[in-house]
Design a binder for this molecule. Sequence first.
Ligand SMILES: Cc1cc2nc3c(=O)[nH]c(=O)nc-3n(C[C@H](O)[C@H](O)[C@H](O)COP(=O)(O)O)c2cc1C
Length: 438
Amino acid sequence: MARPQHLGWFFSRGFGPQGWDRPYLGWNWDWRRPDLYQQSVRDLERAGFDLVIAEDALSLGNADTLDLRVRRAYGGPKHDPLMLAPYLFAATSRIGIAPTVNAAQVAPYTAARQFATLQHLSGGRFGINVVTDVGSARHFGDAPPLGHDAAYDRAEEWIDVIRRLWHSWDEGALVEDAESGHYADGARIRSFQHRGKYFALDGPLNAVPFEDGDDPVIVSPGGSPRGLGFAGARSQVQLALAPMATAAVREYRARVHEAAVAAGRGPGDIRVLFVFKPEIVASVAEAERIVEASRHPSDADLLTVALGQSSDLETDLTAFDLDASVDPAAFGQHVSQGSIRGLTGGDTEAPLRELLTRKARKGRIADRDGVVGTAEEVADYIEELGDDAHNDGVIFSGDLHPVGVHRMLDDIVPVLRRRGILRQELGDGGLRANLFDF
Ligand SMILES: Cc1cc2nc3c(=O)[nH]c(=O)nc-3n(C[C@H](O)[C@H](O)[C@H](O)COP(=O)(O)O)c2cc1C
């Protein structure tokens, strides 16, 4: 039997117009109503997935690139995924739900209270994807924004004080003795004072302790040295991105484990789950056809690639001349050099058409050259990561739309189950218990 792994779903474009610009828009779901997500998450639970992580962006970004975000609903609008969580819990009983929360968006006392409420309401199935982006700082009275590493420092203080609030009720504080009528013992509840660099507040929290001390799960997506430091010290799930190769996965895992050990924790305290968006097709012939067609993209294909890149780069590539090279000065000051290199690959000579053509190019997973493959071929790759790189698991990525979920999972779930990679069913002990039961 293959090594068992944890599977999850990254709700990648977040709680916005699901299916916009996709053929399945015609299914007529209303993205503003909960039924669409409830239907999807029920199917993910049936599939045996441990958790759903919901992306978020707090704002529409810079005023001068606003249209780029909303034109095709690529970067907004969005509802707040934290508010979606209770609806998803109500529709399911075992799967974990981890909305993205930026440590800048909500004060720690309020956050601790909201998170504690959701952890109790869900029977221990709640998690928080802690992010540190400072691009929306001006909406929060936070000007000038913090730098990259300082935002992580603030997030660490935020989560530490949230935890302190969660644990402000000592052992024995909750009495719950109906016979004597004694509910709780105030002498065992600590009124601590926190005076930190970023936050000043007093405890205790007006919430009862979690059963078995089972805090909500912390998810971390940052891959920089500072981001991995945060993960090593604070999180239970690292949302990892790495090139498609066993060696790269092994190396990424080693860096997370080193960070955990440096923080006084063990490698077994954190699950490293790789985000992966396979294109699963019915046959090898179809995979070959798709890969071959991608070598000769139409102008419409290039426009689709340009739109996605424009949103990521906050620069309207569709207004550039397709047959001229790209001037790095055309990008705003705030666009990272890494993102620009992601488009150009360091090639300053090639015309935009050539760069977009390279981006449009697909490859076969069987050749470890891309993500297109049959369910068996994709399962081969996942199995290899488990057996050769001791991988903990994989997070598929896409809309939280039943059509997208089924397209990705219909064929691969039975294959992964048959091979023993995917569990038969989720346990009922909550998210942390599921993540750490193997
Ligand atoms: C898979 C993945 C998912 C992410 N999801 C979000 C998100 O939903 N919202 C957000 O603001 N940032 C998100 N981020 C960005 C990270 O929070 C972080 O800002 C970014 O990775 C830069 O941090 P780093 O320099 O430590 O890598 C995500 C990053 C990755 C790799």
